[in-house]
Design a protein. Structure first.
Length: 121
């Protein structure tokens, strides 16, 4: 993961965890439902922001690497499969047909996440 995006992701994750812990305490204290709903919305917003950072990183690293290696169609299909349930991209009915393709990979298509080659001892 790109260092700047990794830092940003970790900061946002910590924020989301804090909001979620707050929701848990509020439920235990029987806080008013609308106040709980606002906190849940804050958690969802934080997670959506994280999703965008992860998408930016994936496009900047994995997708560009796979395209350079001639695996563009495969990595695009994989990404569309991962985004299939992203509510900001699809309607509530399974989304566009172009997002219905399952990810056809058994692992990363890029070299930045490929396992290190095994070196015999």
């Amino acid at each position: 993961m790109l260092p700047d995006l990794k830092r940003e992701t970790l900061l946002r994750l910590r924020s989301a965890v804090g909001h979620l812990e707050s929701v848990e305490r509020m439920v235990e204290q029987d806080v008013y439902c609308v106040d709980l709903m606002k906190q849940v919305a804050a958690v969802q917003g934080a997670l959506e922001g994280i999703q965008l950072i992860l998408l930016r990183n994936h496009l900047s690293t994995c997708v560009s690497d796979a395209i350079r290696r001639g695996m563009g169609k495969e990595i695009i299909d994989e990404l569309l499969g991962a985004l299939r349930y992203e509510k900001s991209l699809v309607n509530g009915h399974g989304g566009p047909a172009s997002l219905d393709k399952p990810a056809a990979t058994g692992g990363p298509l890029c070299t930045c996440h490929a396992p290190a080659p095994h070196v015999p001892a």
